[in-house]
Design a protein around this ligand. Structure first.
Ligand SMILES: NC(=O)C1=CN([C@@H]2O[C@H](COP(=O)(O)OP(=O)(O)OC[C@H]3O[C@@H](n4cnc5c(N)ncnc54)[C@H](OP(=O)(O)O)[C@@H]3O)[C@@H](O)[C@H]2O)[C@@H](O)CC1
Ligand SMILES: [K+]
Length: 502
């Protein structure tokens, strides 16, 4: 899996390789990339900011000078540039290049083919305001493709939060290592297609990541492939008893669909037996579409007690019975997946955190940002401003593997390790998708994947299923959770066959 580095870790890497001409290499990588996406002779707008991100842009400008028409806009005082960027600026001027202080008015001359955004990189320290914000807005309004250097200016490289306003890039060429902010929250909408230029610096290993990080104990990765699936391979001589039992508890009045979606997804992803304990007293005794499911009253807890994994929450409601079931589930020796109303109940029942931390089996929580905000007693905006930190706080507060859903779902463990999922699309922003995810996690768990691996595989599979459907014209508009469950089955079997063949 691809490492994701926080700014503090990038700085540590930079210090470790301070003797290397990194800015020259960044400039050369930019120039090579530009030659791939802009025709020679076309006009480029180069934005150079007050730090080394600006230096990168200026090195690239000097390298592209003879083959393109360049307008370089310098934001900030060139006399106050850091050393290497100042040298890049002198080189640019020595080669006859001009520095503009504002966007030149082009009049009748042909417009820009491409903008190089070298305003701010990982040194962005506060929200853009005044002249910087106005420049970014002007550039976004040009409607010209933008190549962001390292990070789209205005986007926080650690969190993917827009600080004030941010460049809307079509491409991002990022240096040394991938940054989490490009892959979660507002990052994907602003970064466009991301490419890494390693600058001939070898990728960091885990020891570097932990050592370099000031704020977070663990390390981060991009979840861009399914992990080891060997445990899912079935022996020829097997029966349903070998493939685990899932119990889904939820489905109060008017919300039975949520529990059924979770239970069906568990069935479709291979669980040997799936029970659905439905709180709705009027519930049918049969799922006519999937009669394989065993629908029960949630009490007595006989099937729940025997389950290898319990999913509690889809359509659970927040009544007395729901709370009773939550507290009973937290005492179970089996792995537990808590979603939806189970999380809302936990948020208003302080003893749950203690109970969750005392569990011996794995606990998995899958909040969306609203549920996460309730659990952390903060606002949704605060959760979203720091999705990685929020996921880690939740993981530690409940001693639970945590999936913070949303664009670039963040998975975190109590040890502080985290992943950002790269699969998925906005088609998943519709009802029932979380229920399906909970069911998939449980199915993988009861079939023998370790809890962490179950969660990572399920989150990636869920997104990959949605991507597969969108690629075949189903969605993003109107994509349904039921379709995602079915497609997850298809993709999981493809992954298994591929793993088998290799
Ligand atoms: N790391 C590496 O190994 C390599 C790094 N490289 C490149 O260097 C980049 C990092 O450079 P960097 O550290 O100089 O920071 P950068 O992003 O240029 O900005 C800092 C300047 O912006 C200013 N400023 C900040 N926020 C502001 C705001 N809101 N509004 C206005 N001003 C604001 C800030 O001012 P101050 O906060 O000090 O007042 C300071 O002047 C990195 O992204 C990559 O492109 C490559 O060369 C390859 C190797
Ligand atoms: K930038």
């Amino acid at each position: 899996m691809t490492p994701l580095l926080l700014r503090s870790q990038i700085h540590a890497l930079e210090l470790a390789h301070a003797a290397l001409p990194l800015m020259q290499r960044a400039g050369a990588a930019i120039a090579a990339y530009v030659r791939q996406i802009a025709l020679p002779g076309s006009r480029l707008l180069v934005l150079a900011g007050p730090g080394n991100n600006g230096g990168d842009a200026l090195v690239a400008a000097s390298l592209l000078h003879h083959d393109y028409v360049l307008n370089v806009v310098m934001f900030g005082d060139p006399q106050r540039l850091p050393d290497q960027a100042a040298q890049a600026c002198r080189d640019w001027q020595a080669s006859g290049g001009e520095l503009h202080t504002a966007l030149p008015v082009l009049g009748d001359t042909p417009g820009y083919a491409l903008v190089l955004d070298g305003l701010f990189g990982i040194g962005l320290a506060r929200p853009l305001q005044g002249g910087a914000a106005a420049l970014v807005q002007q550039v976004n309004a040009l409607g010209v493709p933008v190549l962001a250097l390292d990070v789209p200016s205005g986007l926080c490289a650690d969190t993917g939060a827009v600080l004030g306003v941010a460049i809307q890039a079509r491409y991002t060429l990022t240096f040394l290592a991938h940054k989490p902010g490009l892959y979660t929250h507002d990052g994907p909408d602003h970064a466009g297609r991301v490419q890494l230029a390693r600058l001939d610096v070898p990728g960091p290993d885990v020891a570097d990541l932990v050592a370099g990080d000031a704020g977070v104990a663990g390390y981060g990765h991009l979840l861009d492939a399914p992990g080891e699936l060997h445990a899912l391979k079935r022996r020829l001589n097997s029966n349903k008893g070998n493939h685990g039992r899932v119990a889904v508890i939820g489905g109060a009045g008017g919300m039975m669909g949520a529990a059924l979606l979770a239970a069906r997804a568990a069935l479709l992803c291979g669980a040997g037996r799936v029970y659905a304990g439905l709180l709705d007293a009027q519930a049918y005794g049969l799922d006519y579409l999937y009669p394989e499911l065993m629908l029960r009253d949630p009490l007595p807890l006989t099937e729940v007690d025997a389950a290898d994994c319990v999913v509690l929450g889809p359509g659970l409601g927040q009544g007395d019975l729901a709370l009773y079931l939550l507290e009973a589930a937290l005492r179970l020796p089996a792995p537990l997946v808590l979603d939806a109303d189970a999380l809302n109940l936990m948020a208003c029942t302080p003893t749950c955190a203690e109970q969750s931390c005392a569990r011996s089996a794995a606990t998995i929580i899958t909040p969306h940002p609203g549920e996460a905000a309730r659990l952390l007693a903060c606002s949704v905006a605060e959760v979203q401003q720091d999705r990685i930190g929020s996921a880690i706080r939740l993981a530690q507060q409940y001693a639970a593997i945590t999936v913070l859903k949303g664009c670039g779902s963040v998975i975190a463990t109590p040890a502080g390790h985290w992943w950002i999922n790269r699969s998925g699309n906005p088609g998943l922003a519709s009802a029932g998708m979380g229920d399906v995810l909970a069911g998939i996690i449980a199915a993988l768990l009861v079939q023998g994947l370790q809890p962490q691996q179950s969660v990572l595989t399920a989150v990636h599979l869920h997104g990959a299923a949605a991507d597969g459907l969108v690629a075949s014209g189903i969605g993003p508009l109107g994509l349904t959770a039921s379709e995602v469950g079915l497609q997850a089955r298809r993709i999981l079997n493809l992954w298994l066959a591929r793993a088998d063949a290799s």
